[in-house]
Design a protein around this ligand. Structure first.
Ligand SMILES: [Zn+2]
Length: 393
């Protein structure tokens, strides 16, 4: 029973399935308090999933309420206590569902990308969808602090390997670019407000510099967490804390969310509204309706031109992350922002002049602008009509 392969996921019964993984093995060793379950082939299983072996191991610990021992150099992966292999394999199914399979097409050929905003997405090599990982699950924090090995341009994963999920090599350059762009975008968003209109320098030199900066950023996170095994580390970035709060407290009222933002000194920050939009609407299937429900919250951070532009930017980011579901709804989303008087006509017309990569990739910005055309046109016509009425009075 311990030999042979399973499909990824196991629920696929097709015997010609492209994606398989070795059956997990578990060896119980020791006695009494020292009893432990050694995972002799977790490295191979993890390789088939293109994930570091520490992730499923840590996940087992969380699911089974057990301590784990991870020694990457000697490839020792151990769950304390005695655990049946069937229980572990069941837990592995959960891991695969949450951290491997594309949320849309259920294909396992995905890469995990940890953004500088500490959000994790699964980027699918098959359908291109970027699906969010549930940040409330315990492993998510571990992954943020131990990000997956970088994907080298045109190369292989530094150590996770590709297993038999082959065919994704060609896409890896894109993934790396996506990561770099994501980071560059966030770095830009971190600029002081004076630099708000700064266009992103996309020269090779500038891109290379940003990549170095990214690596430095990640090492800071690593250093920050290099004490004992950090289970309770908390980011001290207030924007992260606000996002964590919104995700961890789905029952929070708008007032409570704004109170939290104020406590974090973000009550007047236009960038805070972006975090609110991304976290509050990330799984909403009724975005247009929900905008009306949260209108006060979306305006409470401020209503200046800059704030209005940030609201549009937040929704651009949201549309970017959920393109399949939301790109076609762009005009309805923008119209809802207009109807609720969250964003005014002038701000939309200014935004509509040309696609900007202030908040999203240029290509995405172009797509969103294209999708927004009916709304912008309607708005322009409505304005003309109003103007001529004003003239008559
Ligand atoms: Zn997919």
């Amino acid at each position: 029973m311990s030999s042979g392969n399973y499909n990824i996921p196991r629920s696929v019964k097709d015997s010609f399935h492209r994606y398989t993984m070795p059956r997990l093995q578990a060896k119980i060793e020791g006695k009494g308090n020292g009893i432990k379950t050694v995972l002799p082939n977790i490295v191979d299983v993890a390789r088939a999933l293109s994930r570091p072996p520490s992730y499923p191991t840590k996940y087992f610990g969380g699911e089974l309420g057990a301590q784990v021992q991870i020694e990457e150099k000697s490839e020792k992966y151990i769950v304390n206590g005695a655990h049946e292999v069937s229980k572990l394999q069941d837990a592995l199914d959960g891991f695969i569902d949450r951290y491997v399979l594309c949320a849309v097409c259920k294909n396992p050929e995905t890469d995990l990308i940890v953004g500088k905003d500490k959000l994790i997405v699964r980027k699918c090599g098959a359908c291109g969808e970027r699906s969010n990982v549930d940040m409330r699950h315990g492993l998510a924090k571990y992954i943020v602090n131990h990000p997956p090995p970088k994907v080298k341009k045109g190369g292989q994963h530094a150590s996770a390997g590709n297993g038999n999920a082959s065919g994704s090599e060609a896409d890896q350059g894109d993934d790396y670019d996506a990561l770099a762009q994501e980071t560059a975008k966030l770095a830009l968003a971190d600029e002081d407000d004076e630099d708000w209109d700064l266009e992103l320098d996309m020269s090779d030199e500038a891109v290379a510099q940003r990549q170095v900066a990214t690596a430095a950023g990640l090492s800071v996170i690593d250093r920050h967490n290099s004490g004992a095994d950090n289970e309770n580390e908390d980011s001290d970035d207030p924007y992260d804390q606000l996002g964590d709060f919104i995700r961890a407290t789905p029952e929070a009222t708008d007032r409570e969310i704004f109170t939290k933002a104020t406590e974090l000194h973000l009550g007047k920050k236009h960038r805070a509204v972006i975090v609110v939009i991304l976290c509050l609407f990330e799984e909403s299937t009724t975005v247009v309706k929900d905008i009306a429900k949260h209108d006060k919250l979306l305006m409470s951070f401020g209503t200046s031109d800059k704030h209005q532009r940030a609201v549009i930017g937040g929704f651009e980011r949201l549309i970017e992350e959920r393109q399949d579901a939301l790109l076609a709804k762009t005009p309805a989303i923008l119209k809802a922002l207009f109807d609720e008087e969250i964003v005014e006509e002038e701000a939309f017309l200014e935004w509509g002049k040309k696609p900007s990569k202030k908040y999203v990739d240029k290509d995405v910005a172009k797509k969103i602008h294209k999708a927004a055309e009916p709304f912008i046109q309607w708005l322009a016509e409505a304005e003309e009509a109003t103007d001529s009425e004003d003239d008559e009075e």
